[in-house]
Design a protein around this ligand. Structure first.
Ligand code: E4P
Length: 224
């Protein structure tokens, strides 16, 4: 399973990328707005910080302009994946860009029917938003199960990128269903490290170790 980070905060991305666990980044117009910086500059910096696919989203809503925006975004760096919304014009743009070899992430997916259309349009990624479905009383993870089942029945190459993730349990559920990618808000990735028994166990180990008066690196010096 691949881990993408869902943010446009370059400092945060660089910090998390240093763990070696980050395979890509997703952004959206709201995240770019939150960064308060010019989009092209932010995307170029993220592409430099993380070698994996970096999703950059078009903001036009008509095919001709979406295509121009998509081509421009793809020209920023080799690892840009153009993100388009799941609309008729968005999927037309997806088909044209995908046919030309540009990877496309189709976003704002809320149904299996939409995911099927995106796969037929050649999307490299489909982004179903589980958290926003949960927010309205639906079960977001049921959508992931449906898409994984449909894509594997027809051997579609489109990767299932679980988006709108709210916590570690979403990640576990997505992994159990065999989703290809999760895009994580930085706070969720940090939470995944945490368990109170890890903290408690480490505290006890270190207290016992301190009583020995030993130092591992001291031993290395002694034997050198
Ligand atoms: C995905 O690419 C989106 O940027 C993101 O996951 C949306 O999440 P939200 O529902 O928390 O805004």
């Amino acid at each position: 399973m691949k881990f993408f980070i869902d943010t446009a905060d370059v400092a945060e991305i660089r910090d998390l990328a240093s763990t070696g666990l980050v395979d890509g980044v997703t952004t959206n117009p709201s995240l770019i707005a939150k960064s308060g910086r010019p989009m092209a500059e932010v995307i170029a910096e993220i592409c430099d910080a993380v070698p994996g696919p970096i999703s950059a989203e078009v903001t036009a809503t008509d095919y001709a302009t979406m295509l121009r925006e998509g081509r421009y975004l793809a020209s920023i760096a080799k690892n840009v994946a153009v993100k388009v919304p799941l609309t008729v014009d968005g999927l037309k743009t997806c088909k044209t860009l995908s046919d030309a070899g540009t990877p496309v992430n189709v976003t704002l997916c809320f149904s299996a029917a939409q995911a099927l259309l995106a796969a037929k349009a050649g999307a490299a990624y489909i982004s179903p938003f589980v958290g926003r479905l949960d927010d309205i009383g639906a079960v977001g993870m049921d959508l992931i199960a449906d898409i994984v089942e449909i894509y594997s029945a027809y051997d579609f190459k489109t990767a299932v990128l679980v988006a709108s993730v709210r916590g570690p349990q979403h990640v576990i559920d997505a992994a159990k269903l065999g989703a290809d990618v999760v895009t994580l808000p930085p706070a969720v990735l940090r939470l995944m490290y945490k368990h109170p028994l890890t903290d408690k166990g480490l505290e006890a180990f270190l207290a016992d170790w301190a009583k020995t008066g030993q130092s591992i690196l001291g031993a290395e010096t002694d034997t050198a």
